[in-house]
Design a protein around this ligand. Structure first.
Ligand code: NAD
Ligand code: UPG
Length: 324
């Protein structure tokens, strides 16, 4: 199978790339390297192109044929999206429209799209399933929900088959430590906690300790990047037999507070995570935990990393000696 992997130089995309190539897929990576790393593209073919530049986008399709596109490209920081909404709608919505038009021109009719738990906003039930109301509370989540709606329209108008996979919090790294999470600046909790413990980053700031949660800090559902990669491969197969636009929530179904993540990172690193309490970060909902029953039942998805310590252990191995 030939796949165009947009955003394959990024954190989740590079794990997807490795996963697919190891399973015999032929992969072309498209990335503008805005937040990704050329060093992360260690397999397949690389084309430097920007979804916001239709001419460069065209160069990735020209002379190649693809069975499907997997689309990871996005601006994806909740707090930044509150401060810079235009950039988020341009990159995440207009950029995706350019990609969809290029796919239509080149006869590619299957897409896996990176959506997010941020499409739901404040949860109204403990475990968020696909039917949960979609009411994003930040421009990032709103931009992803707009794309989901475009995909439903594209199915009806153009017969596009699509899978919106709504990840909860992606975490961990390849067990071989050849690729891992490296954002500049790093804003995610687990890398920041590990870098604080290792002394390779500043002390951790805990954003908010007065949330309506058992210990006052935000609760999230952490899912390993390789488990996400497995779901994408299953999503590609699902589209062989299912028309239309589909959405699946991907998480482990267990929530951990920021304090619990700090404790787990300390256990894994064998030393304390230095931290201080800080004000809330704009746009953060208190609790986000997935119900992934649909993915389990319909895709046959079964995450292999179910322990937070095991997930953090793979991240720790990467952060001890990051290659980029
Ligand atoms: N990390 C998470 O916990 C998480 C959770 C839910 C959803 N997501 C979604 O998953 C996807 C990947 O997230 P990530 O953490 O790997 O992010 P990332 O920033 O590491 O990867 C995104 C990649 O897309 C590229 N890119 C961005 N805009 C582009 C454009 N206009 N043209 C070409 N390339 C472009 C970047 O250079 C980067 O390599 C994103 O769509 C994000 O919204 C991530
Ligand atoms: O230095 C830090 C970093 C984070 N946090 C908190 O830790 C939690 C997790 O934050 P982070 O790791 O930044 O992830 P999220 O903001 O939950 O966002 C991730 O998870 C979302 C889905 O849940 C995705 O949509 C986003 O793309 C992805 O970045 C939040 O409560 C943050 O306020 C801190 O207290 N200190």
């Amino acid at each position: 199978m030939k796949t165009l992997l947009c955003g394959g130089a990024g954190y989740i995309g590079s794990h997807m790339l490795k996963w697919l190539v190891e399973r015999g897929h032929s992969v072309t990576v498209l990335d503008n390297l805005s937040t990704g790393h050329r060093e992360a593209v260690q397999w397949g073919e690389f084309v430097q192109a920007d979804l916001l530049d239709p001419a460069s986008l065209e160069s990735a399709f020209a002379g190649r044929s693809f069975d499907a596109v997997i689309h990871f490209c996005a601006r994806s920081l909740v707090g930044e999206s509150v401060a810079q909404p235009y950039d988020y709608y341009a990159n995440n919505v207009a950029g995706t429209l350019n990609l969809l038009e290029a796919m239509k021109r080149h006869g590619v009719s299957k897409l896996v799209f990176s959506s997010t738990a941020a499409v739901f906003g404040h949860p109204v039930q403990d475990f968020i399933d696909e039917e949960h109301p979609k009411a994003p509370i930040n421009p990032y989540g709103a931009s992803k929900l707009m794309v989901e709606r475009i995909l439903a329209d594209a199915a009806q108008a153009h017969g596009l088959r699509s899978m919106a996979l709504r990840y909860f919090n992606a975490a961990g790294a390849s067990p071989e430590s050849d690729i891992g999470e490296s954002h500049q600046p790093e804003t995610h909790l687990i890398p920041n906690a590990l870098r604080a413990a290792l002394g390779t980053g500043p002390g951790l700031k805990v954003f908010g300790s007065d949330y309506p949660t058992p210990d006052g800090t935000c609760v999230r559902d952490y899912v390993h990047v390789d488990d996400l990669a497995q779901a994408h491969e299953q999503a590609l197969a699902y589209m062989d037999t299912h028309e239309g636009a589909h959405a699946f929530n991907l998480g482990n179904g267990q929530g951990f507070s920021v304090r619990e993540v700090i404790d787990a990172a300390s256990r894994v690193a064998g030393r304390p995570v230095p931290y201080e309490l800080a004000p809330r970060r704009a746009g953060d909902p208190p609790v986000l935990v997935a119900s992934s029953q649909r993915a389990r039942a319909e895709l046959g998805w079964s995450p292999r990393y179910t322990s937070l310590d095991d997930i953090i252990e793979t991240a720790y191995r990467w952060h001890r000696n990051p290659r980029y």
